[in-house]
Design a protein around this ligand. Structure first.
Ligand code: FAD
Length: 318
């Protein structure tokens, strides 16, 4: 029988069979990708997609700071964008950034060019691709507030340019077609002194150090706040979790962070099923206590292992 990898189009970048994904993820859990593709550049990615059998699933990962990759791994091809997609350049009050660029690098590049308004990116440990998909943000600023346009490749390798209205942005969510792989974005800010902007970035980083378990194996905010920012008496996911008595709760090697109870952490030997299962325990406890059905903000992707417990909680996924 032909190996899966041998059925894939030839590439100029790297194409690896049965590659472990856990080392790439913030949680450090998860199984293998059937194939991992690290494209050399945009043309390599476009050509691969145009020739790839349309029945083969394609999943893109950025810094994997917002995902639980399940223990059974990911079917088909996983794409990770490399240095060719990581360029950042300022022009006037605009910044053009590749989708693989880390958000923090984009905020500092903007600051050095005297462009204010992108400071919030320094609080998000993902890439620009992930920020576009998730409408990432913090402290009342979101990707949608600064985006001018984004460029993506569709499942057939065709280049697509999107404006903010094409995204259907909402809180930590976009309606952009699931098959799009973002490759770059243009953001706009306003003029300010670089030193003042850099000072705000430092203040923002210090604030996070004190309030979030950012040095743990984690995935960021687990559940979206039920109400968007600005809602009077906004209900906060962390508060609902706390009120349900789940701060510090455990399942296997997974734990609800004591520091910030909307964060799940891998204390060392957690499986993806431990982490996802604990998340479901939290959702059930919150529903029972306050009647609120929390929505997962973290994306859970891939195949569960053949384990009745995991399949049990997947069946009750909302
Ligand atoms: C300690 C910590 C703190 C965090 N704080 C915040 C915060 O304050 N605010 C916030 O919004 N988030 C926060 N997060 C979550 C996370 O950093 C963001 O959601 C981030 O935008 C995800 O980017 P990523 O590159 O890691 O995406 P990934 O986790 O790799 O992927 C997330 C989703 O984006 C998709 N994706 C990734 N790259 C692309 C691409 N090029 N094209 C199309 N789709 C793509 C993936 O398929 C997946 O669906 C935090 C995470 C951690 C670990």
């Amino acid at each position: 029988m032909t190996a899966f990898i041998d059925r894939l189009p030839a590439v100029r970048g790297k194409l690896l069979a049965n590659e472990q994904l856990a080392p790439f993820t913030w949680f450090r859990v998860g199984g293998m990708a059937d194939a991992l593709f690290l494209p050399k550049d945009e043309a390599d990615l476009a050509e691969f997609l145009s020739k790839l059998d349309s029945l083969i699933p394609v999943t893109v990962l950025g810094a994997a700071s917002n995902v639980i990759v399940r223990d059974g791994g990911i079917a088909g091809v996983v794409v990770r964008l490399g240095p060719a997609f990581g360029k950042v350049a300022a022009d006037g009050m605009r910044v053009r950034a590749g989708a693989a660029a880390l958000d923090g690098r984009v905020s500092v590049a903007a600051a050095n060019a005297g462009i204010a308004g992108l400071e919030f990116f320094s609080g998000v440990p993902g890439t620009i691709g992930g920020a576009l998909r998730m409408n990432a943000g913090c402290y009342d600023r979101e990707t949608k507030d600064v985006l001018i346009e984004a460029v993506a490749l569709d499942r057939h390798g065709k280049r697509v340019v999107l404006t903010p209205k094409d995204f259907g942005f909402s809180y930590r969510h976009t309606e952009a077609a699931e098959d799009l792989i973002f490759i770059e974005a243009v953001f706009e800010g306003t003029k300010d002194e670089p030193a003042a902007i850099l000072e705000r970035i430092e203040a923002l980083k210090a604030r996070r150090e004190g309030t979030q378990p950012i040095r743990e194996k984690t995935g960021g905010s687990t559940f979206a706040n039920p109400d968007p920012p600005g809602t009077p008496n906004q209900r906060r996911a962390w508060k609902l979790v706390d009120e349900a008595g789940m701060r510090g709760a455990r399942r296997g090697g997974a734990q609800v962070s004591e520091m910030h109870c909307n964060f799940l952490i891998n204390t060392g030997d957690a499986t993806a099923a431990d982490i996802e299962g604990l998340g479901e325990d939290v959702r059930a406890a919150v529903k029972a206590k306050s009647g609120v059905q929390l929505r997962w903000e973290i994306k859970r992707i891939g195949r569960p292992p053949h384990d009745a417990t995991v399949e049990g909680f997947l069946a009750k996924d909302a």
